[in-house]
Design a protein around this ligand. Sequence first.
Ligand SMILES: NC(=O)c1ccc[n+]([C@@H]2O[C@H](COP(=O)([O-])OP(=O)(O)OC[C@H]3O[C@@H](n4cnc5c(N)ncnc54)[C@H](O)[C@@H]3O)[C@@H](O)[C@H]2O)c1
Ligand SMILES: [Zn+2]
Length: 267
Amino acid sequence: MSALIDNLLWYSIVSNFRQNCLSRIGEGVDSSIEAARRSLRAGQIVAFTGAGISAESRVPTFRGADGLWRNYSPESLATAEAFTSDPHLVWEWYDWLRGLIHAAQPNPGHLALTELQRRNPKGFTLVTQNIDGLHERAGSHDVVKLHGDIWRLRCTTCGREERNEQVPMDHLPPLCRCGGIQRPAIVWFGEMLPEAEWERAVEAARQANVLIAVGTSALVYPAAGLVKVARQSGALVVIVNPDPTPADDLAEWILRGPAGEILPRLL
Ligand SMILES: NC(=O)c1ccc[n+]([C@@H]2O[C@H](COP(=O)([O-])OP(=O)(O)OC[C@H]3O[C@@H](n4cnc5c(N)ncnc54)[C@H](O)[C@@H]3O)[C@@H](O)[C@H]2O)c1
Ligand SMILES: [Zn+2]
């Protein structure tokens, strides 16, 4: 009986510990941050970010409670099928999203990654699934963008790409000079990732001593597979996320909390 109670007590201590802060059972919050911080001094670092890093800039994540727009789920709008059947509706959504992103500012999480790159430009690769451009606005450069860029448009007829930062757009759907309908130059569900970007990301993950995954649900493949690639190549994995993710089992340290609070503490 007492063993059972001990076990229950231990379980509750451990699970509270895991819920409240950081994994690596037996270490305190600050010491885990300190250990993760020390590891970031070594060798090659890959930061792999998802929608969560922009949540504190008030850009909604796809899976968060405020991800819905006029009762449409992003998963149903961010597809080639939705665009073919109603380009105007899909563009209305992206026009709204571009407005939100335009009004947003990079947060301390973005800025902390910019600072990491500044300190170690040759040993740092930033790979993002985000399309919002907030890493660049925070001063990061050479960002590997796995899912494209909401500020670029691609013609569905001639394939020509151009940058477009108009907010709101004056004509929906926007048209190419060839007359074709333009789409956002981003990767929709069911589409292939840009080959060169993906190869760069995999190569960086293979070479990494540390991969720090920030604000990603680790559900969207193949991007989420990068964590495993890094781990299997011997990298130490650090996760920054307020909630559990399927990649947690691969992590050496899980830093539970908002990116804008945790990342500056890693510097
Ligand atoms: N800002 C953007 O560019 C943006 C926004 C929404 C979706 N997307 C696209 O949708 C896909 C969704 O996949 P995903 O994994 O990037 O996002 P996701 O929406 O699936 O998951 C977001 C993750 O962020 C975590 N999170 C929430 N607030 C956080 C915070 N303050 N700090 C740290 N983490 C926080 C959540 O717990 C969750 O695990 C991506 O491929 C991306 O291209 C991009
Ligand atoms: Zn065209």
